[in-house]
Design a protein around this ligand. Structure first.
Ligand code: ATP
Length: 277
């Protein structure tokens, strides 16, 4: 197996408090997991607020260095990527999608500007027709087209449409990995499943692996291949998503799943199906 992404004993400490009462907070504790490059998957990180999900995502994207441990992407130590050219190459292969699609696009600028900038920056395109073609291709992957988006502002679009466009923007550099941090929490409940279904589609059609970060167990149960459950920085449970979420063993994951889904898998399935429809 060659690894797309490999986290080995990753820890992240923050210093908190003031000059006289400073303390160390270990936000991420000894996290290890591997994504196989030949087997695209939806790998989900579940946990409540403050469990260390975003800190883990930031380290995977190279926006934060681990205090100890290593994160490797396609064999390369992420913390050791320094030159502008190497950083750009890495960013093209590992793309983020953020929680709030309204914040992702400046309201004073048309949406297509961000898409064109991404095509120019990561694909090195200069020719207008080539930029248009790359943008249109990415939009087609999310069920949209450049003709529908051209000249429009973020306030003219719904949260669901904007999040689709944010996914299209992430697809322009043809990444191997997408790190989606709470991508549906700001999207209307009725549109959430269409966004997470899109992730499945991208996994299957484009071979993109997705790290899906969420506190929403129902979408996690529905789309994930594997899952880890984080609690106060620790991975308290890990494995095949349906097994872990359908039959949680750790007291924290049990409490988490009972708070959202009933323990009976058939009842859980009905709730999930009702959310999808
Ligand atoms: N830059 C920072 N400085 C100090 N503490 C931080 C910093 N970033 C995160 N933390 C702390 O680390 C812990 C984990 O935070 P993190 O944002 O990773 O959790 P999370 O599971 O993503 O939660 P949320 O869903 O609320 O973002 C929290 O206690 C948080 O307050």
């Amino acid at each position: 197996m060659s690894a797309l992404l490999e986290l080995q004993n990753v820890n992240k400490d923050y210093r908190i408090g003031g000059f006289f009462d400073s303390a160390t907070l270990r936000a991420v504790k000894n996290v290890s997991f591997t994504l196989d490059s030949s087997k695209p998957e939806i790998f989900t990180i579940v946990g409540e607020s403050g469990s260390g999900k975003t800190t883990t995502a930031r380290m995977i994207l190279g926006n934060e260095a681990p205090t100890s441990g290593t994160l490797r992407f396609m064999g390369q130590d992420i913390a050791a990527i320094h030159s502008r050219a190497d950083r750009l190459k890495f960013m093209a292969r590992a793309q983020p999608i953020f929680q709030n699609p309204f914040e992702a696009f400046n309201p004073l600028t048309t949406i297509d500007y961000f898409l064109f900038s991404t095509a120019k920056r990561f694909l090195g395109l200069r020719d207008k027709a080539a930029v248009d073609a790359a943008t249109d291709k990415a939009l087609n992957h999310v069920g949209l087209s450049l003709a529908e988006v051209r000249g429009r502002y973020s306030h003219e679009l719904s949260g669901g449409q904007l999040q689709r466009i944010a996914v299209a923007r992430a697809l322009i550099p043809e990444p191997k990995l997408i790190v989606a941090d709470e991508p549906v929490s700001m999207v209307d409940a009725s549109l959430r499943m269409s966004i997470v279904n899109l992730f499945r589609d991208l996994r299957d059609r484009l071979g993109v692996s997705i790290i899906y970060i969420t506190h929403d167990l129902s979408t996690a149960y529905y789309i994930s291949d594997r899952v880890i459950i984080m609690h106060r920085g620790d991975v308290v449970e890990a494995g095949v998503a349906q097994e872990v979420l359908g039959n949680p063993q750790h007291p924290y994951s049990r409490a988490l799943s009972q708070a959202v889904l009933p323990p009976d898998p058939e009842a859980a399935r009905k709730i999930i199906m009702a959310k999808i429809q």
